[in-house]
Design a protein around this ligand. Structure first.
Ligand SMILES: Nc1ncnc2c1ncn2[C@@H]1O[C@H](COP(=O)(O)OP(=O)(O)OP(=O)(O)O)[C@@H](O)[C@H]1O
Length: 296
């Protein structure tokens, strides 16, 4: 059976910026995949190309074995993009009926409302909805055509915790029916919680691809920082240390084993002060993943 999504050698350039810089990626039918990366990593550009909204400068993109444009025309793809607005005075049900009318084989209205948890507010005007409900209308709009693939660009941005949970509960009901989902996110925790597979992007490239726990392990390094009397020579060679950075009068050691690094620092007899050890955080994790893959 053909893959849901296949990208081979895909690149897209905007002026001097290589927004997507040579991506190979296949997504099987029924997978829920997170595209995780910091701002400007190329996630939106990738999603836009999969929707046929942007043309790749290089490489091949297939969606269910066809061009993105053909797949969208055939009603196989639904999307929730970062910016899409609805007429403020329209009612929820009208928006859903409009979306359904665009497709040959839409889902029944009641099913769209129930899946997106909008049944209670079906007759409410769009401008009277909460932020979370507004996001769920965008979700309802995306699934009304009964697509086999859903592409979601940061679907939970600006949602509070409760709305986020109810959004993902709605998504689970949809994926339980064997559909394929690709969603972009900045949040490692969200990727880990809701995706079967996490594809990490940075600087237009895929720098890691694995299960949430594999990615968390790769991103789970720590940073040790301290002030030092004397030079930092030789610190890079300490066990457990992956990189050394000097920031003002502090030295930062990126560690994949901070216990070993602390022991080694103590035994080295260096005169350090103000030692701090922190979790890597996502930005540092991206740096670690990026340099670990030799792409920087
Ligand atoms: N239409 C465009 N014109 C010029 N540059 C663009 C355009 N679209 C994207 N870029 C640039 O391409 C790079 C990748 O952007 P993209 O929006 O794909 O990243 P992203 O991972 O989705 O980031 P974000 O999380 O901020 O949405 C960025 O440097 C961005 O400024």
């Amino acid at each position: 059976m053909t893959q849901a999504v296949r990208l081979a050698g895909v690149a897209k350039t905007y002026g001097p910026v290589r927004a997507v810089d040579g991506i190979d990626l296949s997504i099987g039918r029924g997978e829920t995949v997170a595209l995780l990366g910091p701002n400007g990593a190329g996630k939106s550009t990738t999603i836009n190309m999969l929707l046929g909204l942007a043309e790749p400068g290089e490489g091949v993109i297939e969606v269910f074995g066809r061009s993105p444009h053909e797949a969208v025309q055939a009603g196989k793809v639904g999307a929730m993009l970062q910016e899409s607005g609805f007429a403020a005075n329209a009612r929820v049900i009208e928006i859903i009926e409009l979306a359904r009318a665009l497709y040959k084989h839409p889902l029944p209205t009641a099913e769209v409302l129930a899946t997106a948890e909008l049944t209670e507010v079906a007759r409410r005007r769009v401008d009277k909805l909460s932020g979370g409900q507004t996001q769920r209308i965008r979700f309802a709009f995306a699934l009304a055509g009964n697509p086999e693939l859903l592409l979601l660009d940061e679907p939970t941005v600006a949602m509070d915790v409760e709305s986020r949970q109810s959004f993902w509960a709605a998504m689970r009901r949809f994926t339980a029916t064997g559909r394929t989902v690709l969603f972009a996110t900045h949040y490692l925790a969200e990727a880990d919680d809701y995706a079967d597979r996490v594809v990490v992007m940075a600087h237009g490239k895929v720098i890691a691809d694995g299960s949430g726990s594999e990615i968390k392990k790769m991103a789970g390094g720590r940073t040790m920082s301290f002030r030092l009397n004397g030079t930092g020579d030789g610190l890079a060679d300490l066990p457990g240390v992956t990189a050394v950075e000097v920031r003002g009068d502090r030295i930062l050691l990126r560690c994949d084993d901070s216990d070993a690094a602390v022991q080694a620092l103590i035994h080295s007899g260096r005169a350090y002060r103000d030692l701090e050890i922190t979790g890597a955080g996502l930005e540092a994790a991206f740096l670690t993943l990026t340099s670990a893959n030799g792409k920087e």
